[in-house]
Structures are given as structure tokens and as C-alpha cells.
Ligand binder design. Structure first.
Ligand SMILES: Nc1ncnc2c1ncn2[C@@H]1O[C@H](COP(=O)(O)OP(=O)(O)OP(=O)(O)O)[C@@H](O)[C@H]1O
Length: 698
């Protein structure tokens, strides 16, 4: 086939000037600049890419021209051939890649492997063809394999060691005969130079190169994409860096905080250590104390054992004593009953109505008043004489005998000594009535109430009652005291513990002996202690009607009756004892001639007169005793009628001007003293029977 192509000899080798302008060289220069700047800033292979893009186009153009134009081709100019020569071989690509590796472009690391793969595939594909290009590509691959392996190393290798020498090899091969076998496998694998006229071979060669370069280009494009993502990665890295810095700051803050805490903990540990030291010292001391206590404990344990033995002996002894005590108690109870019987027998022998006469002393402001002549023959007999001779002749010698006579020097204590046995009888279940009778200003209230610094019968009775109750408690008796305070003024009853105006009547108690009476609507207070009773007495005293009289500015113009009911129970013996004490402060008797309150005086004198009549009727043992003729006698009926022990104080003033009234009172008292009253009965109830439905023991 005749070819109109110029002969190969006509082809000229590329000029060195052209070679100097190869993109490879430009890339080398660029890479060296980049290495100098130590920074890689993006797609440094752009010029190479543009030229590489031109290669296939030129190749296609030539192919197209060849395919489309059967006409003889235009002679390829020198420039075209130099361009062909300037087209990059695989060695050039390896050189570029090495440069990229030197600048540390991490995304180009895949190039050698692809090159290697491409070279291998090319070698495999061209093994069958056995063309020179295959050998050349293998050389290229081998030349690029070392840098390819080194691309995976982080630090770029020196350019001298990694720089491939494709053209040198090519020139060496070109200098040496292609058929030489002395070089062994390397010489045999040297690329066979394509004849300049073998356009087909060259075309294939170029095609292969194009494929390689195209794949390289694609790889570069991929790498470019990856490189383009570097700013984003950089931003992310910066963001991460900022976050890391903030975390670092936070960590430093936490670290400082932890250091402070550590410091505090260290101080605390030091404190605890010192405290522990002190505690250890204390522990040592306590151990010593413990040892001492343990020794004492051992001693005490021994003593306890002895004491237990002693206690057992005492328990046995105590049981024996308890049995003896029980026997003694029984004997004491029986003895107490006998004592009560004997005591009350004595009281009976002394008389159920006893009369005590008391002559009061003149007061300091009364020393100028004339006194009668008083002669105290013995403790029971008193003689009274008027100092007026005319009256003395008329009245004669006045001698009176009573159960007891108290002269002006007698004290409140002397008086109460004689009263106390009666109070004891009240606790034994008897009704007691104590009243004071006498002229106004004679000392009745003084005897019954006394003055604050020298109390009379009623306050002393209260004290004695509560003392006796304590003693009776030891004998098994428990007492309850109920108190009422009543006033009779102008024949009307008043409750001294109440301010209310209410209807009050003296009534007979149902289902009882005929002498038992009670007052309706009266306030009954249960007294728990002496002070409580004194408060009640004070209230009653304040409520009591008083009015001034000629004889006494504080003279009471009414009868005051204080009643104390004593209810005792013996749980073991199931016995009950109910006694009462009536303490009566009578209104003073007064002559109507000297009185300025006639109505009061009339009522007072009438009630006192009725009291005299009742006592005389009792003395004469009349069938009818006029108790109901006055409120006073009606109220005192249980006390006068028999089931009672009555004590009457006759109070007299020592003065001459009181002589007539004194004689009158003393005569009345003497008549009462001679009155015989039936034997008193003890209110004793057995087996929890009540006072109202059981019969009294006689
Ligand atoms: N034994 C006494 N020792 C000292 N002073 C007494 C004695 N008896 C009475 N007095 C005093 O005499 C005065 C009159 O006594 P008291 O008030 O007791 O008489 P009275 O009989 O109660 O009079 P009335 O009937 O008017 O109430 C009082 O100042 C009283 O302190």
C-alpha cells in the first residue's frame, strides 16, 4: 500500500525548546513554588488538565480527519508532531503525581494505585499483543510504582529519590538497540519505539495514553471535588476547634473547681485528722475510765449477787411481815371501832348537849368601861356579881355551872382543845352541832370564826378534819367533804355561796328518820383541801348580811349556819360512815330598848326565844317539841332532837352595863346544860347501804 504520508525519516525529534514548555515542567515549577510556600492551595494541575484535554481532541481530530477524509492528508507539520511528542506519557503523569505527593496533597494518593492498576490492566490487556507499548507502559508502571507506594506516606519523599526518569529511560532505550538481550528482563521490557510512519500503532499508543490520561483526569476531577470540600472540612475543623477550645475552657474551669474542692477536701481531711487525733485521745481516756468502771461493775456485780440473796431473804421476811401486818390491820380496825365506841361513850357521859361559857376580855378601847365582878371558882363554875350595890342586893349571888368556863385569858387554842373530840365524833359518823349564843358584841363571831392571826373554831375544825382524814386513810377510810353555807335573816333563808335570789325551804328527808332534814336549792360544794374550804368560807362571810348596831359595828344581824357533811367509805370492809358538823354563829341577842332596827331585833329575839323553848321542851320531855316555830329551831332540829352531839358556847361581855343580858344568857345556858337529850346514834352503814335506806346502828 502506497502511502502518501511522509516518510518516517522526515519526522523530526521534538526540539528541546518545545520540551522546556511541557506542562510537566510547568507543574514542576508550580510544585516547587508550592513547596516553597509550604501551602497547597487548590487545583495546581489545572494547566496540565487543559492540555490533557486537548490531547484526545487532537487525537480525535486526527482520527476524524482520517476517517472522514480519504483524501490525502495534509502533511503533518513539525509543530503537530512536536505536539504529539509533547503529549504526556505515563511517565509524565507519574512525575505530576510525584510532585503532588511532594506538596502533600492527600487526595492524590489514589493516583498511583490507579496508575498501577491501569498499568497492570494495560499489561494484562497487551500481553497478547506483545506490542512495544505494553512494554513501555509496564516501564511506566514500574517507574510510577515506587512513588505510588510512597504517596501513602504522610511526609513527601525527596524529589531526587522519587523523580521518575521516563524520558531518560526512553532515551536510554532509544540509545540502546530495542532487540538487545544483554540487559535481561528490563532490557526486553523496554518500549519499542514506534515508527513514525506507524500511525496506527501510534494511534493505539495515543489511545492507550488517552485512556490512562482520561482515567487520570477523572481521578483528578474526583480529587478536585474532594479538595473543594477542604474549606468545608476546614470550617468544620475550625468549628470543632472552637468547640474544643470552649470544652477546654470548661474543662479548665472544672479543673479549677475541682482543685478548689480538692483543697477544701484536703483542709477537711486535715481537720478530720486532727479531730480523729483528739477522738483517739478521748478514746484512750475513755478506755481507762471504762476499765475503772468495769472493775467497779465487777465489784457491784458481786454486791448485787449478795443483795439478791439478801433480797430473797427480805422478800420472805416481808411476806411474813405482810401477813402480820394484815393481822395487825384487822386488829387495828377492830381497835378503832372500840376506840370510837369508848370515845362516844365518854361523849355521852359528858352529855349530848354541852355548854361552854366564855367571858371575853375588854378591848383596848374598852378599858374605861366598868366591868362586873367575875369569880371563877373552878373550870366549870363562874360567879357573877354586879358592882352596883342596888342591883347586887336585888339579883343576889349569881353562880353558874357549865361543862367548861373560859375566862378572858383563855386562848382560841384552849377553846378548840375542848372542841376537837366532838369533831372526831363527826368523822366516826355522828352529827355535831356547835353554836354560839350571847349578847351582841359578846364575842360569838370571834369564838366561831376568830380573826386572821388568831382563827376560831370553824377554821381549826377544817384543819383538824383534813388531818384526821389523812390518818383515817391509813386505816382504809376515804372521806368526801361536802359544804353548805346558809343564812337566816329575818326568818328568810339565804344561800351564802350564791348571789341568786331563790326559793329555799327546810324539808324533811324522805326514807329517813324523822329528824333528818335538808334545805332545798342550796349550793353544795365538794371540798378537796383546806384552802378550798377557806375560800368558800370567805365567800360566805362576804355575802353575809351585816349591819351596825349600838353594841358592835360589825355585828351580824343574822344566823349563819355552816354545814360540813363527812362521807367516809371503807372499801375493804364495805363500810360507810356519814357524819355532819353544823357550825352556827347566832345573831346577837339585843334589848329592844337599845335597838335601832326593831324588825331585825324582833326576829332575832323571837328565834332565840323559840330556841329556848325547844330546849326547855326537851328538858321537860314534852311530847311536842316546837321545832318549826322558827327557821333556826327547824334547821337545828337534827342537832337538838337527839341524834346529835351539841355544843353551845355562851359568850358574855365582862362589862357592868351588860350585866342584865349576861345574867339572862347564863341562865338560859344553865337551863340547856341541865337538859337531858336522848343518847346519840352513830350513822353507820354496812355493805354499801346508803344513808337514806338503811337503819342506823344504835
Ligand atoms: N376572847 C376575845 N379576845 C379578844 N377579843 C375578843 C374576844 N372576843 C371578842 N373579841 C372582840 O370583841 C369584839 C366583838 O366580838 P364579836 O364580833 O365576836 O361579837 P359578836 O357576839 O359576834 O357580836 P354580834 O352578835 O353583834 O355579831 C370584836 O372586836 C372581837 O374581836
Amino acid at each position: 500500500m502506497e502511502s502518501r504520508l511522509p516518510k518516517p525519516s522526515g519526522l523530526k525529534r521534538p526540539m528541546s525548546a518545545i520540551k522546556q514548555t511541557l506542562p510537566t515542567d510547568r507543574n514542576k515549577a508550580l510544585m516547587s513554588n508550592m513547596n516553597a510556600n509550604t501551602t497547597y492551595s487548590g487545583p495546581t494541575v489545572q494547566p496540565l488538565t487543559r492540555e490533557l484535554q486537548n490531547i484526545p481532541q487532537a487525537s480525535l481530530m486526527r482520527q476524524g480527519a482520517r476517517a472522514l477524509s480519504p483524501e490525502p492528508r495534509k502533511p503533518i507539520g513539525m509543530q503537530n508532531r512536536s505536539k504529539l511528542r509533547r503529549s504526556r506519557s505515563a511517565c509524565d503523569i507519574s512525575e505530576i503525581r510525584q510532585n503532588l505527593k511532594r506538596i502533600g496533597a492527600p487526595n492524590l494518593s489514589t493516583i498511583p494505585s490507579k496508575l498501577t492498576r491501569h498499568a497492570n490492566s494495560t499489561m494484562t490487556a497487551n500481553t497478547t499483543t506483545g506490542s512495544e507499548s505494553t512494554t513501555g507502559m509496564c516501564r511506566t508502571a514500574r517507574a510510577g510504582s515506587a512513588p505510588a507506594r510512597r504517596l501513602n506516606v504522610a511526609a513527601p519523599a525527596p524529589a531526587a529519590t522519587t523523580r521518575p526518569l521516563p524520558r531518560t529511560a526512553a532515551s536510554t532505550n532509544k540509545a540502546k538497540p530495542a532487540t538487545g538481550t544483554a540487559g535481561g528482563g528490563a532490557a526486553a521490557a523496554a518500549p519499542k519505539r514506534i515508527a513514525p510512519y506507524d500511525f496506527k500503532a501510534r494511534f493505539h499508543d495515543l489511545l492507550e495514553k488517552h485512556k490512562v490520561l482520561k482515567s487520570k483526569y477523572e481521578k483528578q476531577v474526583d480529587d478536585m471535588g474532594e479538595l473543594e470540600s477542604l474549606p468545608t472540612q476546614l470550617e468544620e475543623s475550625q468549628t470543632k476547634l472552637i468547640e474544643t477550645e470552649s470544652m477546654l475552657k470548661h474543662t479548665q474551669t472544672e479543673k479549677e473547681c475541682l482543685q478548689r474542692q480538692i483543697k477544701q477536701q484536703v483542709e477537711r481531711i486535715e481537720k478530720i485528722t486532727s479531730t480523729l487525733g483528739r477522738a483517739k485521745d478521748e478514746l484512750d481516756q475513755l478506755k481507762v475510765v471504762h476499765q475503772t468502771i468495769k472493775t467497779d461493775h465487777d465489784k457491784l456485780s458481786t454486791e448485787v449477787l449478795d443483795l439478791r440473796l439478801r433480797n430473797e431473804e427480805l422478800i420472805r421476811s416481808n411476806e411474813q411481815l405482810a401477813a402480820d401486818l394484815s393481822t395487825c390491820r384487822e386488829q387495828l380496825f377492830q381497835s378503832n371501832i372500840e376506840r370510837k365506841e369508848l370515845h362516844n361513850t365518854i361523849m355521852d357521859l359528858r352529855g349530848n348537849i354541852r355548854v361552854f361559857c366564855r367571858v371575853r376580855p375588854p378591848l383596848d378601847f374598852e378599858l374605861g368601861r366598868l366591868s362586873c365582878s367575875w369569880t371563877y371558882h373552878d373550870e366549870a363554875t363562874v360567879e357573877l356579881q354586879s358592882i352596883d350595890s342596888q342591883a347586887k342586893n336585888k339579883m343576889g349571888q349569881q353562880i353558874f355551872t357549865f361543862d367548861q368556863v373560859f375566862h378572858p385569858n383563855s386562848t382560841q387554842h384552849n377553846i378548840f382543845e375542848m372542841v376537837a373530840p366532838l369533831i372526831q365524833s363527826a368523822l366516826d359518823g355522828y352529827n355535831i352541832c356547835i353554836f354560839a349564843y350571847g349578847q351582841t358584841g359578846s364575842g360569838k363571831t370571834y369564838t366561831m370564826d376568830g380573826v386572821p392571826d388568831n382563827v376560831g373554831v370553824i377554821p381549826r375544825t377544817v384543819d383538824l378534819l383534813f388531818d384526821s382524814i389523812k390518818n383515817y386513810r391509813n386505816l382504809g377510810w376515804e372521806y368526801v367533804i361536802k359544804a353548805t353555807f346558809l343564812e337566816i335573816y329575818n326568818e328568810v333563808l339565804y344561800d351564802l355561796l350564791s348571789d341568786e335570789q331563790k326559793e329555799m325551804e327546810i324539808r324533811m328527808a324522805k326514807n329517813s328518820s324523822k329528824n333528818d332534814i335538808y334545805v332545798s336549792n342550796i349550793t353544795v360544794e365538794t371540798v378537796t383541801d383546806p384552802n378550798h374550804l377557806r375560800q368558800l368560807m370567805e365567800t360566805a362571810k362576804m355575802n353575809r348580811s351585816t349591819a351596825s348596831t349600838v353594841g358592835n359595828e360589825r355585828s351580824s344581824r343574822s344566823h349563819a349556819v355552816t354545814k360540813l357533811e363527812l362521807i367516809g367509805q371503807h372499801a375493804e370492809k364495805q363500810e360507810m360512815s356519814v357524819g355532819s358538823i353544823n357550825l352556827v354563829d347566832l345573831a346577837g341577842s339585843e334589848s329592844p330598848k337599845t335597838s335601832v332596827r326593831m324588825t331585825e331585833t324582833k326576829n332575832i329575839n323571837r328565834s332565840l326565844s323559840e330556841l329556848t323553848n325547844v330546849i326547855l321542851a326537851l328538858l321537860q320531855k314534852q311530847d311536842h317539841i316546837p321545832y318549826r316555830n322558827s327557821k333556826l329551831t327547824h334547821l337545828l332540829m337534827p342537832a337538838l332532837g337527839g341524834n346529835s352531839k351539841t355544843l353551845m358556847f355562851i359568850n358574855v361581855a365582862p362589862f357592868q352595863d351588860c350585866f342584865q343580858e349576861s345574867v339572862k344568857s347564863l341562865r338560859f345556858a344553865a337551863s340547856v346544860n341541865s337538859c337531858k337529850v336522848a343518847k346519840a346514834k352513830r350513822n353507820r352503814y354496812l355493805n354499801n347501804s346508803t344513808a337514806n335506806n338503811s337503819s342506823c346502828e344504835k
